[in-house]
Design a protein around this ligand. Structure first.
Ligand code: SAM
Length: 244
């Protein structure tokens, strides 16, 4: 049987998934930020601030934000590395990357923006002090390949931060399911005019590896001292690992 992967709950061929994910982000790019605030009641800002605090960017460092989207993390990282540092933006999707680049410019930050697939990063080995990916890994077709690439471009001692939806605390599961499968698609339809994109969001979260499985994947990619932090009762988890 041919190799298959998931697009939400749907089983698709690997080459089909990237196109379907691309279409989702093309459709939602213009409403992406307002939807993030509405869906998470603004919590995504606190999750991202926590990720930046745990990444501990230092002045002068060279950082890479993968699947940067509208560059929330990148903007905050740029303010921490200062003028002597660098933050590179990458995303597979031109509409999202353009949005991220524009928002960086509006914030007075200059950053190189490169359109590329995280599964094949166009950077040399051991190039970055820190790589971050927020709410991007879940959408990638070959997550193991993407993690291996993000590890490859890290310097020795560099760290990878993965912020992603994860497995919620069991007692909250029923309420979270109700919210994800009823409220999110409804909000998507009303605000972004796209119910299907936000149903995909809920399904893709359910199909994503849980905290422990993702830790094993980071280790398999070659990272050490892997640990994770649950945020909002496991709705989101932040994983960190180091390359040696
Ligand atoms: N990091 C941003 C944030 O936290 O708001 C954006 C997250 S958005 C939910 C997911 C992003 O992942 C989209 O911009 C999408 O284009 C990007 N993406 C999906 N698959 C990708 C891949 N294989 N390589 C690079 N970026 C990818």
């Amino acid at each position: 049987m041919d190799e298959q992967t998931h697009f939400g709950y749907e089983r698709v061929a690997p080459e089909e998934k990237a196109a379907k994910v691309g279409a989702v982000f093309d459709r939602v790019a213009s409403r992406y930020d307002v939807m993030n605030d509405l869906m998470s009641l603004g919590l995504h800002r606190a999750w991202k601030a926590f990720a930046v605090a745990i990444a501990r960017p230092r002045p002068g460092e060279r950082l890479l934000d993968v699947a940067t989207g509208s560059a929330d993390l990148a903007r905050s990282l740029a303010s921490r590395v200062g003028a002597s540092g660098e933050v590179w933006l990458t995303d597979i999707n031109a509409s999202m990357l353009a949005r991220g680049r524009d928002r960086m410019i509006d914030a007075g930050c200059s950053a190189p923006a490169v359109q590329c697939n995280a599964e094949q990063l166009p950077f040399p080995d051991r190039h970055f002090d820190c790589v971050t990916v927020a709410f991007g890994l879940r959408n990638m077709t070959r997550k193991d390949l993407a993690l291996a690439e993000m590890t490859r471009v890290l310097k020795s001692g560099g760290r990878l931060l993965v912020l992603e939806f994860s497995k919620v605390w069991k007692p909250l599961e029923a309420a979270y399911d109700l919210y994800s499968f009823k409220v999110l698609p409804w909000l998507g339809k009303r605000v972004a005019g796209d119910e299907a994109a936000y149903r995909y969001l809920a399904e893709s979260i359910r199909m994503h590896p849980d905290q422990d499985e993702l830790s094993r994947m980071l280790e398999a990619a070659g990272l050490a001292r892997v640990e994770y932090f649950n945020l909002s009762a496991g709705v989101v988890a932040l994983h960190r690992g180091y390359r040696f």
